[in-house]
Design a protein around this ligand. Structure first.
Ligand code: XMP
Length: 319
């Protein structure tokens, strides 16, 4: 009978057979998939693995610190942390088309990653946390294989360019199975249970131009929203919840004064694998408490709306 312990042992053997005594580099995104892949590969080949975390500055509050802490302190896995926030924000200046953002972030990520890999020297293998839905996403809900809905920045490109062989131990798994494997490998529950986070990060949750100021504003609103979701005990019932900072300003009133600030949209969905999704039906009282906190506590936001769109026809992310 199939078990995750059996899968773990089989993959450890596969990885050893594939890489022999070669060096492997693994890009960490901050998400569960790449973290689970890295820990599994480390179990198989120890310090033949080096992880590279390209920090594009488009992470949520505290996320980069968590990743670095988990890998360096908890697992003692060799990790290179590249702070590339300025490079990414400079390149995103003036860019507002969603695909242009995705392509710039994907390309820059690869450039930075490649430069780091060269510095490390001589790795023949590249590890990725590719899941089964990543492999089939473009055919799964568009109705046809020829339509690209979104360019995912974590699939493809890199291996050919760097002449590296891929190590993808999660390729047969769905997200819920990756979580089971993560627990099996002893990853902390708070990390394993985390909502998925897209490779392009907050850039695709800020329609229009991405600036440092917008990222900081969004981080504040997003952490209030998630904080309230956790306090209400709803975090694990939701596949993904996040705030989106809209480029639209609206008029409001606070105290005696007029405000003219941005709109924040809240999204929360349930899903099995991200390919289809339903909205999470919060109580009105919950949403109104979150809206009040965000407007009171986050300068630059004076209105909060809730996204009621399922997938399809909406996608989970706004871009
Ligand atoms: P959409 O927006 O296409 O998202 O409904 C489906 C799931 O994929 C995540 N997502 C990404 N993950 N790189 C990733 O690693 C990406 O470029 C990317 N774009 C979307 C999204 O957060 C959701 O879980």
């Amino acid at each position: 009978t199939w078990s995750m312990a059996g899968y773990r042992a089989a993959k450890v053997a596969d990885i050893r057979a594939q890489v022999g005594d070669g060096k492997v580099i693994c890009g960490l995104s901050g998400g569960v998939d790449s973290a689970v892949a890295a820990v599994l590969i480390h179990e198989a080949i120890g310090d033949q693995l080096t992880c590279v975390f390209v920090d594009h500055g488009l992470m949520r509050t505290g996320e980069a610190e968590q990743v670095v802490g988990l890998f360096r302190e908890h697992y003692h896995i060799p990790l290179v942390h590249v702070d590339a926030e300025e490079l990414f924000l400079a390149g995103l200046a003036g860019v507002s088309d969603p695909e242009a953002k995705r392509k710039f972030i994907g390309k820059t990520f690869i450039d930075v990653f490649e430069a780091e890999a060269k510095k490390l020297g001589g790795a023949k293998f590249l590890a990725q946390g590719t899941l089964y839905p990543d492999v089939i996403e473009s055919v799964s809900y568009t109705g046809g294989p020829s339509v690209t809905i979104k360019s995912h920045h974590n699939v493809g490109g890199l291996p050919e360019r760097m002449d590296m062989a891929l190590v993808e131990p999660l390729r047969e798994l769905f997200k819920d199975e990756v979580r089971v494997l993560g627990r099996e490998l002893g990853l902390p529950e708070a990390f394993v249970g985390r909502h998925p986070f897209p490779g392009p990060g907050l850039a695709i949750r800020i329609p229009g131009e991405v600036t440092k100021e917008a990222c900081d504003t969004l981080r504040k609103a997003d952490s209030i929203y998630l904080d309230e979701i956790r306090k209400a005990g709803l975090y694990d019932a939701i596949w993904q919840a996040f705030a989106v900072l809209l480029p639209v300003r609206t008029v409001g009133v606070m105290g005696d004064g007029r405000t003219y600030d941005k709109v924040c949209a809240l999204r929360a969905v349930t899903s099995i694998d991200g390919m289809t999704a339903d909205i999470y039906p919060f109580d009105a009282a919950f949403l109104s408490a979150v809206a009040t906190r965000i407007v009171n506590e986050v300068p630059g936001i004076n209105r909060v709306v809730y996204d009621y769109t399922s997938k399809p026809p909406g996608t989970i992310e706004w871009e």
